[in-house]
Write a protein that binds this ligand. Structure first.
Ligand SMILES: [Zn+2]
Length: 282
């Protein structure tokens, strides 16, 4: 009998909540399981998938699955796998006999007849291996704080913002300051906080940053909860619409009326689409 397919599907660029949802989804299937075989069909991701994986991973146990920023960290017996989903990456837990689809680049086959399958049409993701302390990995060492693990997020942002003169939206989206505040979440949290996305960070007071920090945490937490809820519905299913449908108050709504009646406007900040209400956000 073929075990049910767990499909973790993402149609927009994976952000922190999506990666957290994927982490939780795959962890229950692969933690404490032993890798039996690795098949790499396409090595050319953002960086080359190391050739040694097929030799060194078989026999190793995946001890834990954690996340740092948007990197999934699979702690194995002798080191860590780092997986990033890039722009279009997906991880599926399937029976190894499930036929391959186009862009199914890598299989990690486990001894309990489950397969962690990496799918990535645009190939901006990565799968890397390190035996060094993983937090010192060049891709991780300069990452900012985890927004959901820092209770005083607003205070932290306020203190870092003192000597800076950049737009608040660019500031909260800077991965060296805080990870995981992607474009949608930055737009939504600034709208809810009533802060204009172009406002210089040095002009934002502590109370405003505290409120913004709380809103960022609430929005990410809600998104993770929605992803987790929907994930259950995706067991045994294939190819449905993306799970990540949440109600957006401002993002993508240029030209529509805000709840205050004002028309929502659009501006590019650091190449990213930014939406705001000129009456509600000062
Ligand atoms: Zn408004």
């Amino acid at each position: 009998m073929i075990a049910p397919t767990l499909l973790i599907q993402i149609h927009i660029m994976p952000e922190l909540p999506e990666v957290e949802t994927v982490k939780r989804g795959i962890a229950t299937h692969i933690e404490n399981k032993i890798i039996q075989q690795v098949s790499v069909r396409e090595r050319r991701l953002r960086w080359e998938v190391p050739e040694q994986l097929a030799i060194i991973l078989p026999g190793q146990r995946v001890e834990t699955v954690t996340r740092r920023g948007k990197y999934l960290l699979l702690k194995c017996t002798l080191g860590h796998l780092l997986i990033h989903l890039g722009m279009s990456g997906r991880l599926l837990v399937v029976n190894p006999e499930v036929p391959l689809k186009k862009h199914d680049h890598v299989d990690f086959i486990f001894d309990h007849q489950q397969c962690l399958r990496y799918h990535d049409p645009r190939r901006f993701g990565c799968i890397l291996w390190t035996t060094e302390p993983v937090e010192q990995h060049p891709l991780l060492v300069n990452l900012g704080i985890e927004p959901l693990e820092n209770h005083a997020l607003g205070d932290y942002l306020f203190h870092l913002a003192r000597k800076k003169d950049i737009a608040v939206k660019k500031f909260i989206m800077d991965n060296h300051i805080v990870v995981g505040v992607g474009n949608i979440y930055a737009n939504e949290s600034l709208f809810s906080a009533g802060i204009h996305p172009l406002r210089p960070v040095s002009s934002i007071n502590l109370a405003e940053f505290q409120q913004l920090g709380t809103l960022i945490q609430q929005i990410l937490t809600t998104a993770i909860a929605q992803g987790g809820t929907t994930l259950k519905d995706f067991t045994n299913s294939e190819g449905h619409a993306g799970y990540f449908q949440q109600e957006l108050k401002i993002y993508g709504r240029v030209g529509e009326a805000c709840h205050c009646g004002e028309i929502i406007q659009h501006v590019k900040i650091a190449q990213r689409a930014s939406y705001f209400c000129p009456r509600c956000q000062l």
